[in-house]
Write a protein that binds this ligand. Structure first.
Ligand code: 4FV
Length: 461
């Protein structure tokens, strides 16, 4: 495979390709790299390659004539018109401009580019190049990322490196590239090598870091499963965009815990909450909150809805209202459905009562064998200062692959008394409308949050 780099700074290209995998590939003649300098195609005494922009504005623009001549020269005999003596057309050089305005470079694009026998990589400098050069002599514009470089050379090097390692014989082991397409679309699992126990210093403290036991087990199936689970988990938390596009294979579905909605619990907290003056109070039950949030709980497939109040008579009243509602034949049929997943929670009553949020946490810990992720909601972004704030998408990515249950905590009155609820470890970003007036009822806020977390977007219906 041949790369021709059109650049006014050829000295940036050569040293970066001298060593490592790419250097060996060049030594072996598997790839060749040449540079072509537009300055060599100028005719004035100063060898001028730039000029001021029409329309004004800062910086300079690369002028078309030397650049066009350099691209034509770099493309050599492999222009579309060129053909061998016997008339068979020679493969055309593919001319790529490196620019932040180009199509983002992905591994899929790299695989396509690596099929080409000859890539001409055109590097801009200054503000960019005259648009007519793109029209006349560029086949494709490529960006290596959403940032602005001082020139396209680093982009060209990125393209060369990524393509070169896909050219047969370049990679030492045939499996290295295989493995990647295998886990295509997911981030790689973590790697370890010896020693098994690494003794090191972390911020002045001595720590011992061990290699995960499964990797030394010799059990190849268990190792493969662990690696795949790590890949999925990392992708979900670090790159929710990639994860959303990934179609789980049957094997991957088995590795994933039951769907998050089926192990998500809603809690409506009547104490401790603030009143309008900031005092800690206990609010009264409301019939509407019990009914409407129970309906939302059912609609979005949650495990249960917990009504939390320290007042015994209020819990009895809540249980009574719930029993009336659950007596309704339609509700009964839906609420008694066995859980889809292995969770035990679905088998319990949909509406439950508790004296305190800590009681709910203890119940869920006992039921699931692991403590819930406790997520508070608030209209104020400054409540629960110790808990990281999450958008619904971020929360989904974080919680979906962790088998722990999730407890979504809704406040009443003027909101949850944050300093009195230490089990909260995440805060959902407040719902914001188009106005500054932010006083949704807890029934509305709950429904909106559940739809953002678990509602199927209209375009997927
Ligand atoms: C770039 C990128 C990039 C901007 C002005 C060239 C420079 C100069 N290339 N991905 N991002 N290029 O910033 O590929 O003309």
């Amino acid at each position: 495979m041949k790369f021709s780099v059109v650049t006014i700074l050829p000295e940036l290209i050569e040293p970066a390709l001298a060593a490592g995998v790419v250097g060996r590939a060049r030594d072996a003649g598997v790839i060749t790299v040449e540079t072509v300098n537009p300055r060599d195609f100028t005719s004035d005494r100063h060898r001028t390659v730039d000029d001021t922009p029409y329309g004004g504005g800062p910086g300079m623009v690369m002028k078309p004539e030397p650049l066009l001549a350099a691209i034509a020269s770099a493309s050599g005999g492999s222009t579309p018109e060129a053909s061998a003596a016997d008339g068979t057309p020679t493969p055309r050089a593919h001319r790529v401009l490196l620019t932040p305005a180009g199509r983002p470079l992905t591994q899929a694009r790299v695989r396509e580019l690596a099929q080409r026998p000859h890539l001409v990589l055109v590097c801009g400098r200054y503000e960019g190049i005259d648009e007519r050069v793109i029209e006349l002599a560029i086949d494709e514009e490529v960006s290596i990322g959403d940032y602005v470089l001082s020139g396209g050379e680093l982009g060209a090097l990125v393209v060369i490196d990524a393509c070169a390692r896909l050219v047969p014989v370049v990679l030492g082991e045939a499996t290295s590239a295989d493995d990647e397409s295998h886990s295509a679309g997911l981030l790689e699992y973590p790697h370890y090598t010896r020693p098994p126990k690494l003794v090191a210093d972390r911020d002045g403290e001595k720590v011992e870091l061990e290699v995960p036991a499964v990797l030394a087990s010799g059990n190849h199936a268990a190792i493969a499963a662990w690696r795949r689970a790590q890949s999925l988990q990392r992708t979900a938390t670090r790159r929710p965009d990639l994860y959303a596009r990934h179609r789980l294979t049957d094997a991957e579905k088995k590795l994933a815990p039951p769907p998050l909605h089926a192990r998500t619990h809603l809690a409506l907290v009547h104490h401790p909450v603030f009143d309008r003056t900031g005092k800690i109070v206990t609010t009264s039950l409301t019939n509407f909150d019990i009914h409407d949030l129970a309906r939302s709980t059912m609609t979005y497939g949650l495990a249960a809805y917990h009504i939390v109040t320290p007042v015994t008579s209020q819990r009895e009243k809540a249980a009574h209202i719930a029993s009336l509602w659950l007596e309704d034949p339609d509700t009964k049929a839906a609420a008694r459905k066995p859980p889809k997943s292995g969770s035990r929670a679905g088998a319990l009553a949909l509406i439950r009562t508790a004296d305190a949020i800590e009681t709910v946490v203890a119940e869920l810990t006992a039921e699931y064998g692991t403590a819930p992720l406790v997520v508070a909601t608030s209209a104020r972004s400054d409540s629960f200062p110790g808990a990281p704030r999450r958008s619904p998408t971020e929360l989904l990515a974080e919680a979906s692959l962790d088998p722990a249950p999730m407890l979504l905590v809704l406040g009443t009155g003027w909101g949850l008394a944050d300093h009195l609820i230490p089990s909260v470890s995440r805060l959902l970003a407040p719902i914001e409308g188009a106005s500054d007036w932010n006083h949704l009822s807890v029934r509305s806020a709950g429904a909106i949050l559940l739809d953002r977390l678990f509602g199927r977007p209209p375009e997927e219906r």
